[in-house]
Design a protein around this ligand. Structure first.
Ligand SMILES: Cc1ncc(C[n+]2csc(CCOP(=O)(O)OP(=O)(O)O)c2C)c(N)n1
Ligand SMILES: [Mg+2]
Length: 655
């Protein structure tokens, strides 16, 4: 009979083989290889209570190598997370199960973040460690936990791992530990066919403390983990493992990544492991120690709950972790809206956004801002906000450096950690760099706010490399992502209120570099942007034309309306700051806003894609169909024909 830890690890192996075999799909190579490391982590180190996998001060565990999901599901089941029953394990990868192909946040209790896109789990975990460090500074001993990551060769090959590792190293996030599944195998074969770098040296160069261990030696794994908890910087433990460990002749096979074991191979493996139980059965003598490991953290959790109950900051802590805004969160921004309505300043919408943040950030202590090295351009910092840095983790502004993807992934990690509301900035054109994390945030349904300034050819002289053309349309294509493109100061403040209040949908703020006139000149008395689209100006003459626009082109639409009205043609203008919110309105409201005029025109300094929703196939569109050019913004708008005259002419041509 193998030793107890060995038997416990073998339970992971048996369940992983059974589930993948039953599903006829999935990956057992990695769960078999990392079973020993995971067993040591979950039985000795992870601060975890299976009865309350969502307990606030638990350690976070991220399976960045998400294809090894059966490793995680096995651990959750074995430790006793109620929802992850054996029936769920038997239903691995099936519709309606809580054991989907890759771990999905919000789907399975105990799954901290969605993983599968390699590298992102690691980058997300950096955000979790940042949130922990910040909240520990804010709430003291109520917050004191670690973040553990399992990452494979693939995660470390991905470019985002560089951003994540260098940021974590710079910030000295010493409660972050990466367990590198150093099995030297990826899908195509041995890892050396595409990677010969020295990962230990690489992490070390980025400011991490590093160590290599035999990933099948329990004592050495435990010693390394203990060592990791004592470092003053993030730690990486390269665990030398054998893929498909336990699977007899297939052990260590260069094609073991997704190899589907045959019945006979599984039967032989069970014999070799001393595992006589039938499929999907864990013998009591193995289940018992696993369940005990799952209860290991209960005492710590209860002591923590008692400490929380007695803590003066209890209500604030609970509010922050629940993601509820302070009662008076919007008092000052509402005052700002009234002031902007009265004064009608002509500013760039990025400046209006900055003004909104000046009200929101002091009022909402959970907001943590930042920028990918474009702070001054993004208008993301509020004067007096301290920097989040080594020794000042209580600061609320992060200098992410030029790391758009790492920044967006870290924001996802902060959001799923809870207790903070992250926002950060870059240029809209570089949303392509952060897009995979924007998408994952939308899939997870988290509150993060991407401030994306310089949102069109209005960028001007920097030219087409810096001028987004297709970006607003392509972001609108992502489900569960609110893309805001406010027209002026009132809309910018309204959109910020909506974004901050949006618990389960991330937001993009597309904001201009160039100045725009105020278009919301009448006091509405309600947040019109919440409707997604609304009639900004009625027609003077009987309405023949409707002009739809967003952002900086709303003022173009208003000027076009003036031209048409002067010729006796009734024209109404609809501002569309957020299409996704418009889609959620009652159909009669949508019909009323779209209206029944003979002609519908849209103007937006981007591609047409998506606009047929408002103007129909026969509508006229004034915008971009090519890349931009390098010149002053006003010259470009004329050059590309995005003018009031062009909009009026397009309307008249359709009449
Ligand atoms: C961004 C991304 N690219 C590609 C894939 C497809 N994929 C899944 S696992 C894998 C190889 C992973 O190798 P490694 O991390 O070493 O895992 P192991 O084979 O050791 O289990 C690839 C290419 C993915 N999931 N994510
Ligand atoms: Mg590998």
């Amino acid at each position: 009979m193998p030793a107890p830890l060995q038997m416990m690890a073998n339970a992971i192996r048996a369940l992983s083989m059974d589930a993948v075999h039953r599903a006829k799909s999935g990956h057992q190579g990695m769960p078999l290889g990392m079973a020993d490391v995971a067993t040591v982590l979950f039985t000795k180190f992870l601060k975890y209570d299976a009865a309350r996998p969502d307990w606030a001060d638990r350690d976070r565990f991220v399976l960045s190598a998400g294809h090894g999901s059966m490793l995680l599901y096995s651990l959750l089941h074995l430790t006793g997370v109620k929802a992850v029953t054996m029936a769920q394990i038997e239903n691995f990868r099936q519709l309606g199960s809580n054991t989907p192909g890759h771990p999905e946040y919000g789907h399975t209790p105990g799954v901290e973040t969605t993983t599968g896109p390699l590298g992102q789990g690691l980058a997300t975990a950096v955000g979790m460690a940042m949130a922990e460090a910040h909240l520990a500074a804010r709430f003291g001993p109520l917050v004191d936990h670690r973040t553990w990551v399992i990452a494979g060769d693939g995660c470390l090959m991905e470019g985002v791992s560089h951003e994540a590792i260098s940021l974590a190293g710079r910030l000295k996030l010493n409660k972050l530990t990466v367990l590198f599944d150093n099995n030297d195998v990826t899908i195509d074969g041995v890892a050396t066919i595409s990677e010969t770098g020295d990962q230990l040296a690489r992490f070390k160069a980025a400011g991490w403390a590093v160590k290599a261990v035999d990933g099948h030696d329990y004592a050495k794994i435990a010693a390394a983990m203990r060592w990791a908890t004592k470092q003053n910087r993030p730690t990486m433990i390269a665990c030398k493992t054998i893929i498909l460990k336990g699977a007899g002749p297939m052990e260590g096979d260069p094609h073991g990544h997704g190899y589907s074991l045959f019945d006979k191979e599984i039967a032989d493996a069970r014999v070799a492991m001393g595992w006589s139980a039938p499929p999907f059965v864990v013998p009591d003598e193995v289940l018992k120690p696993w369940r005990a490991a799952g209860r290991r953290g209960a005492r710590v959790r209860k002591a923590w709950e008692a400490a929380l109950a007695a803590a003066p900051a209890r209500a604030e802590f609970e509010r922050a972790m629940a993601g509820d805004l302070p009662a008076d969160a919007f008092k000052t921004i509402d005052a700002l809206i009234a002031k902007v309505e009265a004064e009608k300043p002509a500013l760039a919408t990025r400046q209006h956004s900055g003004a909104a943040l000046e009200q929101l950030v002091p009022a909402i202590p959970e907001m943590i801002g930042g920028s990918a090295d474009l702070t001054g351009s993004n208008n993301t910092i509020v004067k007096g906000t301290g920097t989040f840095d080594v020794g000042t983790y209580g600061g609320r502004y992060v200098h992410y450096g030029v790391r758009e993807f790492g920044m967006a992934a870290a924001m996802n990690g902060m959001a799923v950690h809870g207790g903070v509301i992250p926002y950060s900035g870059t240029f809209l054109v570089f949303s392509d760099y952060s897009r995979p994390a924007i998408r994952l945030g939308a899939l997870m349904g988290v509150r993060v706010i991407h401030v994306m300034t310089h949102d069109s050819i209005g960028v001007g002289e920097d030219g087409p490399t810096h001028q987004p053309v297709e970006h607003v349309a392509s972001l609108r294509a992502i489900p569960n992502l609110n893309v805001y493109r406010p027209a002026d100061g009132v809309e910018a403040a309204e959109c910020w209120k909506l974004a901050v209040d949006s618990k389960t949908t991330p937001s993009v703020m597309a904001l201009s570099r160039q100045k725009v006139p105020a278009v919301r000149t009448a006091v509405a008395g309600e947040n019109l942007s919440a409707r997604g689209a609304y009639q900004l100006a009625a027609a003077g003459h009987p309405a023949q034309v409707t002009i739809f626009a967003s952002g900086t082109e709303v003022s173009v639409a208003m000027a076009a309306r003036d031209l048409l009205e002067a010729q006796g043609i009734g024209a109404r203008v609809v501002s569309t700051p957020c299409w996704e919110l418009f889609d959620q309105q009652p159909t009669d409201y949508q019909a009323q806003v779209i209206g029944e005029t003979e002609v519908r025109v849209a103007v937006e300094a981007g591609v047409r894609q998506g606009w047929d929703r408002f103007i129909g196939e026969n509508g006229a569109f004034v915008g971009m169909s090519t890349f931009g050019a390098s010149a002053p913004a006003d010259v470009l708008y004329k050059h590309f024909g995005i003018t009031a005259e062009a909009v009026a002419a397009a309307a008249k041509a359709k009449l």
